[in-house]
Design a protein around this ligand. Sequence first.
Ligand code: URA
Length: 274
Amino acid sequence: MTVTDEGLGQLRAAVNASLAESTEPPTAEPAALTVSPVARRAAVPGMAIAPIPGEPPEVILPEGDRATRWAALRDLVLNHPVCQAHVRPGKKIVLGVGSLHAQIFFCGEAPGADEEVQGEPFVGAAGQLLTRMIQGMGLKREQVYIGNIMNWRPEMVAGAGGVQVDNRPPTPEEMNFCLPFLRAQLQIVQPQVIVALGKTAAEGLLGPGTFKAVGDVRGRWHTFAGVPLMVSYHPSYILRSQSNSSKRAIWEDLLKVMERVTLPISEKQRNYFH
Ligand code: URA
């Protein structure tokens, strides 16, 4: 596989266009799990969130090939009563997508507004940037696997017309509940590396309270479920941030991932953000 100029061009154009359009001030990566679940729930007054069972589900995958096992998992997750109790009426529970033989497994936080409509992870603005990054690595989106720590959009008080406008990071209980679904996807896909995108995904995989900022753990190898794990910034952080350094940082992390899975790296790719 070779990287295309088109992929790199799209990546640069996407990042630059997004930054040019952005009217938001630079913000730090959200301090997701440093807030206790109690405090976070208090931050959404009036919101009655159905309780999350303390016992996460046990997932036993059937025998069979990857497609058979993934289809069984999808059936389980989409029909799970706890997932169904939390997804808003008319919206979708979201399982990962992509190649069941992917070398690289990207793991994000949770579905947002676009994802719960389409039932697919990373299809909104952050997802489009992630797709450009994947293309910058010389791959197609369909050649990797993309999942989330959580399988439904974390609920918040709805605004006018019952529409939920904002997003919140999942609580540790919610992540703990969904973790067996993520482990099962890893068991099926057997990737060579996982890339945790953002603080919430990293805390879900490394454990709550194990680090303060993404900058403390990004750019080096960790392990989750026996699989090498790279932590990097969330694409939505890149969209919000005006800094070249965050763009460079995520690209450097992706170069390390490419090295690890022995993807070819051109000089152009290596020097892309220098
Ligand atoms: N952000 C995520 O972390 N996951 C998605 O699926 C979409 C946005």
